[in-house]
Write a protein that binds this ligand. Sequence first.
Ligand code: NAI
Ligand code: MG
Length: 493
Amino acid sequence: MSTTAKPTVKSYQNYINGQWVASSSGETFPVYDPSTEEVIAHVASATAADVDIAVKAARAAFDSGPWAQTTAQDRGRILFKIADKIRQNTAMLAELEARNCGKPIVEAEYDLADVATCFEYYGGLANKVTGHVNPVPANALSFTLREPMGVAAQIIPWNFPLLMAAWKLAPAIAAGCTCVLKPAEQTPLTAMELANWFEEVGLPPGVVNVVNGVGEVTGAALVAHPGVDKVAFTGSAAVGKIIVKSAADTLKRVTLELGGKSPNVFFADADWEAAVDGALFGVFINQGEVCSAGSRVLVEKKIYTKFVEAMTEKAKRIKLGPPLDRDTKMGPLVSKEQYDRVTSYLEIGKKEAKTAIGGGRAKAFAKGYYVEPTIFYDVQNSARIAREEIFGPVASVIPFENEAEAIRISNDTPYGLAAAVWTRDIYKAFRVVKSIRAGIVWVNHMQPTYVEAPWGGYKQSGFGRELGPWGLEEYLETKQVFVNLDETPIGWY
Ligand code: NAI
Ligand code: MG
């Protein structure tokens, strides 16, 4: 077990207009360590009135504050300073992240490296935004200006808390937007630590605000607020649909990164060891609480039985344990709610398919939301465990006869976030790549994610793209400027 001393229970307020402020209702909500089920912090609940103050602060900072006068270079420097703070404080942040969301500390450290890299990437990109000169006819000049979209409401989930904050904040700051960030109510702590540095790195008051609270109150108030220009959301498809409807009232720009039921497709000619590893990694990393989880494992019939056996044997060796133990490979799920959701799917799965391993609570732990890595096989693609996002360590293994059937099953889903295909045959690999309707397709790997490359989904996995230059585009408007070079009057009337 972990030998780290019990931390003190901290209290956090909301960060609005450069100040730490209590909730206008005086209310707070508890934040838990999912491995002990104990309260580790109390956080002020932002009411609709608090959200209104935050949006107005962001509005003022955008419309009339010094932010509009900052150069792209200045904004880039601020982003580099944020990255430096993260690198200097990685140990503290990774421990807090692991403790709050249950992920293994080693994975939290990888996340923190990605957080810093994301801020650095957009720090570098900030002053590379350029317009175009448009080839209009003679006697005129037409060009485009790229301008920040305005006030961005950014609502993020609990599976990669600070990384999702970085994916939202970094491009928005680079673009010159102002932000109101709402972390997930389960995991607000690292974002609050980040906010501690905003003033020091040079963000003027109101440029980045952080409000906390449950989605139905704080998040909904933010999305509905007429002072918001753009909503960026990562979370469930159900909430994504609510957000689109609410944002429609003032026609806010919306980007959505929702869930998936991503196929991880294994052909008989795949490299065996890599494939078995990749099937497990694809669905069990971060306890399976990953939007791009390879939760549908499609296996060619020729190798199907052996493959399920090999996955099962290897899955037995996955070490569950407290998040802060360095040899832990799988921690608890993030919350009681998620534990209940995932275990209810385990009951459904046991009826719908055969169980190779797992299927319930990890019994070695008296406390904590630990779930056994679970492999269901002989799963029909029409089964609920093959159609609905479970967001836990649950693999649904589905056999297929040939390439055409693999493609058909892969695409037979309302989602389209990601997919992977494993084969040594490059002809087949690229045919499958082109046939799968998903925003990310990996070949002979699953999950590697780089800030330089776009991230986002087809179909009900959302719209818009994060990361890379695509992520910055989502925070920019395009202004066309036309300059008449001909002094003669129009002469129409
Ligand atoms: P959720 O979609 O309810 O929560 C995500 C964020 O949205 C949180 O910050 C939450 O406070 C906020 N939110 C919730 N309702 C809102 C509303 N009406 N208006 C504005 N904001 C709102 O996700 P939840 O309940 O935590 O998890 C449920 C399922 O969602 C998971 O089992 C998983 O399938 C999926 N999910 C997908 C994620 C992804 O990365 N695509 C991340 C988290 C959850
Ligand atoms: Mg929810």
